[in-house]
Design a protein around this ligand. Structure first.
Ligand SMILES: [Zn+2]
Length: 286
């Protein structure tokens, strides 16, 4: 029996598995991209993913970090890679040391401190890029971007042998191109993310919108989370094809949140929106 009953979405050839409720747990895995955004309480189904991209150190996003790493060792997997803001490095090392002593086994990890602007290679032609968010000290978000090369316009009509000849001469005939696949905002208060082109043009945006009701605006400010009053106008400026909403407060039901999103968003924006924990979007495991 897996430890969690995870939401399961399919967008194109990407599978998205996750769980996200404010203050309780947030973890979202994309096995095909080999990334897990935050780790929550380390669901069994996501342990085999090799990279955890941690946005900040709050318990509901990071509690499972030692279990994730230790369970990989237990199952004979390679050490996991954790990208995480610099202020979390020492506390995470301390936690891993303490668990290592309790458990009698050293916990292996490739722990990488990241700050906005950093890039980390995930696979050939796939990188993670780090951007700032506004939630806790040094909190960040991540974009997963496919990198390809495209023949420069002036060489488009050339034959195969002509291209080979130019390459032999050391002439740069291709331009690098970036295809942003997924951006994850983690926890954040309002920032105009439409200013970051690789975020606003990501095929999939995974964004928190914690609060929906008028009397919850102060809670949103205090917790540094987004309220629909700010989130709605932001979405209208974004160019994503799919918008997955995470981190709803348990004070508002999924049905109420869905109704408010439908009321507040223009039709063409609302139809892109998927609430992660809305069971009506879940796809059965084949
Ligand atoms: Zn948080």
């Amino acid at each position: 029996m897996p430890s969690h009953n995870l939401a399961r979405l399919e967008i194109g050839d990407l599978e998205i598995l996750g769980y996200s409720v404010a203050g309780e747990e947030t973890v979202i895995g994309l096995p095909q991209l080999d990334v897990c955004f935050d780790i929550g309480k380390a669901p069994d189904q996501l342990i085999s993913i090799n990279h955890v991209l941690l946005t900040h150190g709050h318990m509901d996003h990071a509690a499972g970090i030692a279990y994730y790493l230790s369970h990989r060792k237990f199952n004979g997997m390679s050490e996991g890679t954790v990208l995480t803001p610099p202020n979390t490095l020492k506390p995470i090392r301390d936690i891993l040391d303490a668990w290592g002593r309790l458990d009698g086994n050293r916990i292996p990890v490739n722990l990488v401190g990241v700050t906005p602007g950093d890039q980390y290679p995930l696979k050939p032609n796939l990188i993670a890029r780090v951007f700032p968010t506004k939630h806790s000290y040094q909190s960040v978000g991540f974009s997963v971007i496919e990198t390809r090369k495209k023949l420069k316009a002036e060489y488009l009509g050339l034959t195969g042998p002509q291209i080979v000849e130019l390459k032999k001469q050391g002439i740069e005939i291709e331009n690098p191109v970036e295809i942003p696949l997924v951006s994850y905002l983690g926890d954040t208060s309002y920032v105009d993310f439409s200013q970051l082109e690789y975020v606003s043009k990501s095929k999939i945006l995974i964004a928190e919108c914690t609060f929906y009701e008028d009397e919850h605006t102060e809670r949103a400010d205090a917790g540094k989370h987004m309220h629909i009053d700010e989130f709605g106008p932001l979405l209208e400026r974004m160019e994503n094809e799919y918008i997955i909403i995470t981190h709803l407060t348990h004070r508002t039901s999924v049905v109420e949140a869905r109704n408010m999103l439908e009321k507040r968003l223009p039709g063409e924006v609302y139809k892109k929106v998927i609430i992660l924990m809305d069971r009506k979007n879940w796809v059965k495991k084949r």
